[in-house]
Design a protein around this ligand. Sequence first.
Ligand SMILES: *Cc1c(COP(=O)(O)O)cnc(C)c1O
Length: 371
Amino acid sequence: MIPFVDLKREYRLIERKIWQVFDRVLRRQHFILGEEGVAFERSFSGYLGVRYAIGVNSGSDALYLAFKALGVGEGDEVITVSHTFISTVDAITRNGAIPVFVDIDPQTYTIDVTKIEEKLTKKTKAILPIHLYGQPADMGTIRMIAKRHKLKVVEDACQAHGALWGGKRVGSLGDIAAFSFYPPKNLGGYGDGGMMVTNNISLATSARILRNYGQKDKYLSNTRGVNSRLDEIQAAVLLVKLKYLDQWNAMRRKHAALYENLLCDIDGLELPHEAPHTKSVYHLYVVRSRYRDLLREYLLQHGVETGIHYPVPAHLQPAYKNLGYRKGSLPITEQYAHEIISLPIYPELSEREIRYVSKLIHRFFSSHKRR
Ligand SMILES: *Cc1c(COP(=O)(O)O)cnc(C)c1O
C-alpha cells in the first residue's frame, strides 16, 4: 500500500528533536506570542529573503488578513484563478471584494498572464497569483502588469515554500504573500498555522495589529481585527522543520525527475511542465489524462492512493454561484478539473515505490489502449 501522504515517515526522522522542543515550550508555559513565534518569524523571513513575517492561525487567515492590511474590501475586484483551493477565493469574498477569474496557462496550470489585462476594470485593486502545486506563476509579467495599472500583488504561496522564480524565493516577489503550514504542506506544523510576509513596513505593522484583535496597545483597538496567531507549539515545530525544508524539497524534485523519466513516453499522459526561470518544489505531482477516473481506480486497486486537486473549480462551486459564472466560462480550468490526478510525491517516498507506481501506470495505458 502506498498512501497519498504519510506524515508518519517524516515524524520518525525528527521525533527526538520534536520532543526536545515540546519539552522546552511546555516547561516555559507561554503559548501565545512568545519567543518561539518571534524566532520562527525571523528564521522564515531570513530563509525567504523578506524583511517581515507575521505568524497567523492558517494560510486562509494569512490571505484574508493580507487583503485587509492592503485595504482591499467592499466592491473591489481581485484578479485570480478558479483552479485553486477554495480558501484563496474565500479570502477575497470574506473581505467583501469580488474575485474575477482568469483561465490558467495550459502548460503550468498557473494564471494565464495573457488574459489578465482584458479583465481589468476601474474597480480592480489587486492580482492574486497562486503558485499551485509548488510551481511559481509568471511573476515577471504579473509585476509588469501590476506596475502599469497601479495594482497590488498578493502571492498565494501556500503550496510553494522554497520555490524559486528568477532565483528568488516566491513570497518575496509581490507586495505581500501568504503561506500555510497545514501539516502535509512542504513545510507543515502539527496543527493549523500560516504566515504573511512582506518587505513593506506599514503593511507588516497593519498585519501585526490585525491578527491580534486590532490592538496596537493592550485593550485599545483602533482597528477591527481578529484573533489569528501562530501558537508557540506550532512555531517550535516549524523551527525544527524549516532546517530540513531545502533537503526535503530536493527530494521532491528528485522524485519528480524520476517520474518524468519513467512516464514521459506514455501517449495520452501529460506530465508537469516547469516554466523557464523557475524551480518548482512539487508540493503535488499532477499528471493529466482523459482516462483519469479509470486510472485512479486502477491504481487504488493495486494499493496506490492518489488525489485530485481540485475536482470542482471555484467558479462552479455552489457556494459561489452568486458570482455569476457558468459552465464554459473558463474552458481550460474546467477541462483540467476532469483530467488531473495527483500522484504520491512526499520526500520519504522510496525509488522502488515510484517505480512501482510508474509500472502500474504503464500497464494501465497499454491495456486501456487495446480496449
Ligand atoms: C493550503 C492552501 C490554502 C489555505 O491554507 P490553510 O492553512 O489550510 O488555511 C490556501 N491556498 C492554497 C493554494 C492552499 O494550498
